[in-house]
Ligand binder design. Structure first.
Ligand code: NAI
Length: 713
C-alpha cells in the first residue's frame, strides 16, 4: 500500500495505482503524495513494465480540493503544488497510462496530461473548469493542453470551462483510446501493448507539433479574447488563461510553466476568485438547514399535478418532465391549456433543432405531461403545485379544493411570488403540508427555487422540497414568508430606486447600461419589460398595505400600465421592441418621464454612473440586511445564492451581500445614511448593517459567527 488514499496492486507486469478518496477523488492533501510513493515503488520493481492510474468509485480525479484553493485565496496557505508529481509521472521510464471514467476535471485533467497515454470510458468527460472559480489551470495545464489538442481547442476549453466527451477528446488528441467495457482491464491491456511496443514514451512537454506559428496563432488568440469578452463579460481569468496559452505557444516548457505560476498566483489573490469560491460554497451550504437535519424523512417526488398552464405552470411541467417526473397539467380554460401545451411543444422542438436532445427524448418528455381540465388523477400525485394568477382569494379557493382531493401525504405547493403562504395554508385542513416553491421564469431554464417556509410547514415537507430542487438540478434556497420573500423583496426597492433616478434626470437606457456594464445580466428596466409591467403593477396592488405612509412613490410605472405598455409582450414598455424583441429607446417614454417629473416638481439633473450604481445596489443591500436580521434568510450567503442563481447578478462579484463586504460595510453604511438624509424614509439604514459597520465586521463574518453558535447549540 502506498498510503490510505492511493493503493498499489498488480496485474502481472502492470502496476495499478487506484485513488481512493471518495466521493470524487479530489486532489486533497495525501493524494499527490500517495501517487508519488506508489509510482516510486512501481518504478523500482523490476517485474513491473507499465503503470495504470485509475480512480476508485465513480470517477477519475474530479479536481482540486476547493477548500485548499479557498485557503490559498484567503492568503492562508500556498496553493496545492503538483509540479514535482507531474514531472515524476512524465519522467517515468515505464509508460504511465491514465484510465479515465466519470470526470477528469481541473487538476485531475492536469495530472492525466502528464501521463504518456490516456484511455477513457465512452461516457467519461474531461475539462478545465478553473475559470468558473476565477483562476486558470495552474498545474501546467495551460502548457500541456495546447501541446495535446492544439491552440484553438485549448482556448475553447480554458475559456468556456466546459468539459468535452471522451469521443471529442479522442478526436482532438486528448484521449488515445476509448475502452468499451471494463476500463481497468482495457487500460491494463493498453499499457502492456505500449510497454511491448517499447519507448521512448513521449513526454507531453516535449511535443511541439500542435503549437502552431505566431502567424497561425494570432487570429486564434484574437478570436479567443473576443469569445472571452462576450461569454465571460468582465472576468479576468479567461483572458489570463489565453495569455498563459500564448506563453505555451511561444516559450520553452519550463519558462511557460514559470509564467503560468505567476499568473495563477495573481488570480488566486484576486477579488474575482474569492467571490467565485464564495459563490461555490454558498450554493452548497444553502441545502443545510439547522433544524431540518439531513436524516429528516423526505419523499422522492415521482409524480406531480400542476394547476395553471401559463408561463410558470408550463415551464415547471417541463422542468419536471426533464428529470422523468410525470405531470398532470390542469387549467380551467381550454384555450389557455392548448396554448400552454403548444408552448411546451415549441420549446422542446427548438431544443431538438439545436441538437440538445433527440426527437425520441422529446417524445418521452411530452408523453410525461398530461393536459387536462379536471382534477382527475390529482388524488395520486406526490406533489400538487399551484401556478394560477397572482391573486390571494383565487389561490385560497384552489387550495381548499385540492385539500379535498390530494393524497394525505402529498406536498401542496404554491408558486406565488409574493403572497402570504400562511394564509394559503390556512385555506386547507393540513397547513403542515403546504409550502411555497417559487420558481423563476423561464422555469425550465432558471436554476433558482425559493422554498418558502410557512409558520406550520412540516420539516419532512421542507426536506422533500430541497430534495426535489436537487432532483430538478436546481438550487433550492429556504426563505421565510414575507412579501416578495427574499429575491423580490430586494428587487422591489431596486426597481423603485431605478425609477426615481429616471425621474431625477437619468434615462432608462443610461441606468440599464450602467448596470449591464457593471455586470448584471440585464438592466432593470429591460427586466421589467421582460417580466411584464402588469406583473409588477399587480404585485404592487397586492402590497399596498405595506407602503410607508408619506413615502415617495414612483410615478411613471402606473402610467405605462394604463397606456397598455406592458413590456415585450405588447411591443412597448420602458423600451420599444421590434418583431425580434430587440429594444430601442422610445422618445415617447422619455417625454412621458420628463413631463411627469415636471408636473411633480422634481428637479432634473445629470446623474453620474456612480450614483446610479450606488443607489440601485445599496438599496438592495440595505433590504438584504433587514431580511437577514428579521430571519427571513438563514444566511447572507443564501441571499447571494438567490441573486446569483435567479437574478442575473454577476457571479464574480459574489452576490449583493458579498459585494457589500468587498466595498466595505462602513462605506456602504455611510452612503446609505447620506441617501437617507437626501431622499427620506425609504433609505432608513438597516440596523444590522449599521451595527456590523460600527463593529468593523462583514456579512461573511456574521454568517460564520451564526454558524458557530448554531453548531455549538
Ligand atoms: P399566467 O397568467 O401565465 O398563467 C396562469 C394560468 O392559470 C392561466 O393559464 C390561467 O388560465 C390559469 N388559471 C387561472 N385560474 C385558474 C383556475 N381556477 N384553475 C386552473 N387554472 C387557472 O401566470 P404566470 O406568470 O404563469 O404566473 C403564475 C403564478 O406564478 C403567479 O402566482 C405568479 O406570481 C407566479 N410567478 C410568476 C413568474 C413570472 O415571471 N411570470 C415568476 C415566478 C412566479
Amino acid at each position: 500500500m502506498a498510503n490510505q488514499l492511493v493503493s498499489l496492486t498488480r496485474d502481472a507486469d502492470v502496476a495499478i495505482l487506484t485513488i481512493e478518496n471518495p466521493p470524487v477523488n479530489a486532489l486533497s492533501p495525501g493524494v499527490p503524495e500517495g501517487i508519488s510513493a506508489a509510482l516510486d515503488q512501481a518504478g523500482r520493481d523490476p517485474a513491473i513494465r507499465a503503470v495504470v492510474l485509475i480512480g476508485g468509485g465513480r470517477t477519475f480525479i474530479a479536481g482540486a480540493d476547493i477548500k485548499e484553493l479557498e485557503h490559498a485565496a484567503q492568503g492562508q496557505g500556498a496553493a496545492p503544488k503538483l509540479h514535482a508529481l507531474l514531472a515524476q509521472i512524465e519522467d517515468s521510464a515505464k509508460p504511465v497510462v491514465m484510465a479515465i471514467h466519470g470526470t477528469a476535471l481541473g487538476g485531475g485533467l492536469e495530472v492525466a496530461m502528464a501521463g504518456h497515454y490516456r484511455v477513457a470510458s465512452p461516457d467519461a468527460q474531461a475539462g478545465q473548469p478553473e475559470v468558473n472559480l476565477g483562476i486558470i489551470p495552474g498545474a501546467e495545464g495551460t502548457q500541456r493542453l495546447p501541446r495535446l489538442v492544439g491552440v484553438a481547442a485549448a482556448i475553447d476549453l480554458c475559456v468556456s470551462g466546459k468539459p468535452v466527451s471522451a469521443s471529442q477528446g479522442l478526436s482532438m488528441g486528448l484521449i488515445d483510446r476509448i475502452i468499451e467495457g471494463d476500463l481497468r482491464a482495457g487500460a491494463v491491456t493498453f499499457a502492456r501493448e505500449m510497454a511491448e511496443r517499447g519507448g521512448p514514451h513521449r513526454k507531453t512537454r516535449d511535443r511541439r507539433e500542435k503549437l502552431g506559428s505566431p502567424q497561425e496563432n494570432a487570429p486564434l488568440f484574437a478570436a479567443g479574447r473576443e469569445q472571452a469578452r462576450k461569454t465571460r463579460r468582465n472576468m479576468t481569468a479567461p483572458l489570463v488563461a489565453i495569455e498563459a496559452l500564448e506563453a505555451a505557444a511561444t516559450l520553452p516548457f519550463d519558462e511557460g510553466c514559470r509564467k503560468e505560476r505567476e499568473m495563477i498566483t495573481a488570480c488566486l489573490a484576486s477579488d474575482q476568485c474569492r467571490a467565485l469560491i464564495h459563490a461555490f460554497f454558498s450554493e452548497r451550504a444553502a441545502a443545510k438547514i439547522p433544524d431540518v437535519p439531513k436524516d429528516t424523512p423526505a419523499m422522492a417526488v415521482g409524480s406531480a399535478a400542476i394547476i395553471g398552464a401559463g408561463t410558470m405552470g408550463g415551464g415547471i411541467a417541463m422542468a419536471m418532465a426533464n428529470v422523468g417526473i410525470s405531470v398532470r397539467l390542469k387549467d380551467s380554460d381550454a384555450v389557455a391549456l392548448d396554448r400552454g401545451m403548444a408552448v411546451i411543444r415549441k420549446n422542446y422542438e427548438s431544443s431538438v433543432k439545436k441538437g440538445r436532445f433527440s426527437q425520441a427524448v422529446m417524445d418521452q418528455r411530452m408523453a410525461l405531461i398530461q393536459p387536462q381540465l379536471g382534477y382527475e388523477g390529482f388524488d395520486s400525485a406526490d406533489l400538487v403545485l399551484e401556478a394560477v394568477f397572482e391573486n390571494l382569494a383565487l389561490k385560497k379557493q384552489i387550495f381548499s379544493e385540492i385539500d379535498k382531493i390530494a393524497r394525505p401525504d402529498a406536498v401542496l405547493a404554491s408558486n406565488t411570488s409574493t403572497l402570504d403562504i400562511d394564509q394559503i395554508a390556512n385555506a386547507t385542513a393540513r397547513p403542515a403540508s403546504v409550502i411555497g416553491l417559487h420558481f423563476f421564469s423561464p422555469a425550465h431554464v432558471m436554476r433558482l427555487v425559493e422554498i418558502v417556509r410557512g409558520k406550520a410547514t412540516g420539516k419532512p415537507v421542507i426536506a422533500t422540497a430541497l430534495a426535489l430542487a436537487k432532483k430538478l438540478k436546481k438550487v433550492g434556497v429556504l426563505v421565510g414568508n414575507c412579501n416578495g420573500f427574499v429575491g423580490n423583496r430586494m428587487m422591489f426597492p431596486y426597481i423603485r430606486e431605478a425609477q426615481f433616478l429616471v425621474e431625477e434626470g437619468a434615462t432608462p437606457q443610461q441606468v440599464d447600461q450602467a448596470l449591464f456594464a457593471w455586470g448584471m445580466a440585464m438592466g432593470i428596466f429591460a427586466v421589467d419589460d421582460m417580466g411584464g409591467i402588469d406583473v409588477l403593477w399587480r404585485a404592487r396592488q397586492e402590497a399596498k398595505h405595506l407602503e410607508k405612509p408619506g413615502a415617495r412613490r414612483p410615478l411613471v410605472h402606473d402610467k405605462l400600465y394604463e397606456m397598455g405598455r406592458l413590456g415585450q409582450k405588447t411591443g412597448a414598455g420602458w423600451y420599444r421592441y421590434d418583431e425580434n424583441r430587440r429594444p430601442s429607446p422610445d422618445p415617447e417614454v422619455l417625454a412621458l418621464i420628463e413631463q411627469t417629473a415636471r408636473a411633480a416638481g422634481i428637479p432634473r439633473r445629470e446623474i453620474a454612473t456612480e450614483e446610479i450604481l450606488e443607489r440601485c445596489l445599496y438599496v438592495m443591500i440595505n433590504e438584504g440586511a433587514r431580511i437577514l436580521e428579521e430571519g427571513y434568510a438563514l444566511r447572507a450567503a443564501d441571499i447571494d445564492t438567490i441573486y446569483l442563481a435567479g437574478y442575473g447578478f454577476p457571479s464574480y462579484r459574489g452576490g449583493p451581500m458579498w459585494y457589500a463586504d468587498t466595498v466595505g460595510l462602513q462605506k456602504v453604511a455611510r452612503r446609505i445614511e447620506e441617501f437617507h438624509r437626501q431622499h427620506g424614509v425609504l433609505w432608513e439604514p438597516a440596523p444590522l448593517l449599521l451595527r456590523l459597520a460600527a463593529e468593523g465586521r462583514t456579512f461573511a463574518e456574521y454568517d460564520a459567527a451564526r454558524e458557530q453558535s448554531v453548531s455549538a447549540a
